[in-house]
Design a protein around this ligand. Structure first.
Ligand code: 1GP
Length: 251
């Protein structure tokens, strides 16, 4: 089966190209601000939309994904916080296993329950080793997951976790300090993890400036995800995308 999004991620990784993804929390948007966001994202050459959240309580997921698909050609990747967040209108789904935690429900339990729905969805499924890194304060993901985040200064644990994830067959590693994290993931941790895996590395959580996005890419991130900062100031999209796309030209 053709896996176009993963293929493009691997191709970009091989070429040293970085991607910028805007995270949309369906609880925090409506048709009006989505239109503006889609326009800005298209102009700024955003690579992906990630849609989802640790706690989605509205019914706006399907509509939100459909609106994006009608208005632009930016691929939509689901980033589900629970098995209920599956929309057949998206392009792909991060099939997340919380490998930094020791909560069996999020390592395999919820996957077993949702497997038939996920399989029937027709979405491109991307097995993803999800690592929550301590971001300096409890975030929704750290609370909801009921799992201890990986300490932010334990680069070796992060490296071994990512390596184990890759050897278990994960196709992506997503290191996340959690939405609105006080402290984003350090470049030294990104660099160490990137140096010991061959699969694409997604970094998110608490990235609020284009400089930080740029430094994360320089350290080895392949995809930068920003949600909160763009919710507060959508005009940041352009600068963030430019900072990420500046690599590899200026390294
Ligand atoms: C959270 O990685 C994402 O899961 C994005 O975080 O909202 O802090 O940008 P922010």
């Amino acid at each position: 089966m053709l896996k176009p999004i993963y293929h493009s991620l691997m191709e970009k990784k091989q070429q040293g190209k970085k991607s910028f993804a805007v995270l949309i929390d369906p609880d925090k948007v409506n048709d009006n601000n989505m239109e503006q966001l889609i326009e800005l994202a298209t102009e700024s050459k955003v690579d992906y939309f990630l849609v989802g959240g640790s706690l989605v309580i509205s019914n706006y997921l399907d509509e939100c994904v459909q609106l994006i698909k009608q208005r632009c050609s930016i691929p939509v990747i689901l980033f589900p916080g629970s098995p209920s967040q599956v929309s057949k209108y998206a392009d792909a789904l991060l099939y997340l296993s919380l490998i930094s935690g020791r909560n069996p429900e999020l390592l395999i339990g919820q996957h077993v329950v949702s497997a038939p729905i996920v399989k029937q969805s027709g979405l491109e499924i991307m097995p993803t080793g999800y690592m929550v890194i301590d971001g300096g304060a409890p975030t929704t993901v750290s609370y909801i997951s009921n799992a201890t985040p990986l300490p932010s200064d334990k680069n070796e644990i992060a490296m071994c976790t990512a390596m184990a994830g890759e050897m278990l067959g994960m196709k992506l590693i997503y290191m996340d300090a959690g939405s609105g994290a006080r402290r984003a993931i350090s470049e030294s941790m990104i660099q160490k993890v990137a140096s010991c895996i061959d699969i694409p590395l997604i970094i998110g959580g608490g990235i609020t400036s284009p400089e930080k996005a740029y430094l994360n890419c320089k350290a080895g991130a392949d995809v930068i995800v920003v949600g909160n900062a763009i919710e507060k100031d959508p005009s940041l999209i352009k600068e963030m995308a430019e900072a990420v796309h500046r690599i590899p030209v200026s390294v």
